[in-house]
Design a protein around this ligand. Structure first.
Ligand code: PAF
Length: 280
């Protein structure tokens, strides 16, 4: 496995690989890898000849009061996991390398970024789309794999690729959960034992929403109220949002026709956790 920190070196590696007729699959990450990432790497290995993973905690997707400084970083552990998952290249640039003095070009997927997490994290998706566009240009991947826990992010990246005619296939992979239902996330590292137990309310609420839908309750108001009361019964949980929305536009739905996205963000202690499920 190769570790590359330099942009030109990464581009040269990818140019050479493509000249040799190899396809490149790419998994962008911010490190602190878990089994969710491992499922993306496994898919990448299946879909491409060469598997590149980036580890880059992207400063421009964090707000001024967010956890950029304290975001969990453990490169040594991440490299061991990458190696075990047969990654060919880890791209791990420094922030100053990615954002040189005078950097001023951003990608804004304007409308999709205005919903859900975009409301409580202004600028977040602009930071995500910008870094992913840069990484796509550097890594020159034909295939990129994203987790569907970040459903909105996945949708935004697909839209960016379409709108900017990028030649990348964006593949989504299902949420990986712990046995008790908690969605895997690097931010689960922030949770102490009590908070970890409390965090189960996200999954419980989603399952309640799903059950109501499957019992023919199609009014979002009723579903949301039941879900809200499950989360509010958990003293350590503070709701950021719970929404029933269109799976493509992310617009709120009053009534579900065939399908909908149930999405929520809840703060438990220091951790802001997100989760979702598709109905129908
Ligand atoms: O999902 C993530 O870990 C990040 O948002 C990504 C896609 C690596 C961009 O920094």
């Amino acid at each position: 496995m190769k570790l590359i920190t330099d942009i030109e070196e990464m581009q040269a590696f990818s140019n050479h690989a493509r000249k040799m007729g190899k396809s490149i699959a790419f998994v962008p990450t911010m490190g602190c890898l878990h089994d969710g990432h491992a499922s993306l790497l496994k898919k990448g290995k299946e879909l491409g000849d060469i598997l590149v993973m980036s580890i880059f905690v992207n400063p421009i997707q964090f707000g001024p009061r967010e956890d950029y400084a304290s975001y969990p970083r453990d490169l040594k552990r991440d490299l061991a996991i990458a190696e075990a998952n047969k990654v060919d290249v880890v791209f791990n640039p420094a922030a100053e390398v990615m954002y040189a003095q005078g950097f001023q070009t951003y990608v804004d997927v304007a409308y999709l970024s205005k919903h859900l997490c975009g409301l409580s994290r202004p600028g977040y998706f602009k930071g995500v789309a910008t870094v992913v566009a840069k990484l796509f240009t550097i890594v020159k991947a034909q295939i990129a794999i994203f987790g569907e826990k970040d459903y909105q992010q996945h949708l935004i990246i697909k839209k960016m690729v379409k709108d900017l005619n990028m030649d990348v296939d964006v593949v989504g992979m299902p949420i990986v959960r712990e046995i008790n239902g908690l969605a895997m996330s690097s931010r689960n590292n922030y949770l102490n034992n009590d908070e970890r137990k409390a965090a189960l309310c996200l999954y419980t609420a989603l399952m309640k929403g799903k059950e109501l839908f499957e019992n023919d309750i199609k009014e979002s108001g009723i579903i949301l109220q039941e879900m809200r009361s499950i989360i509010e019964a958990e003293p350590l949980a503070v709701i950021d949002y719970i929404n029933v929305c269109d799976i493509n536009t992310l617009e709120d739905l009053d009534k579900i026709q065939d399908t909908a996205l149930l999405a929520l963000a809840v703060k438990i202690g220091k951790a802001r956790l997100i989760d979702n499920c598709i109905l129908g």
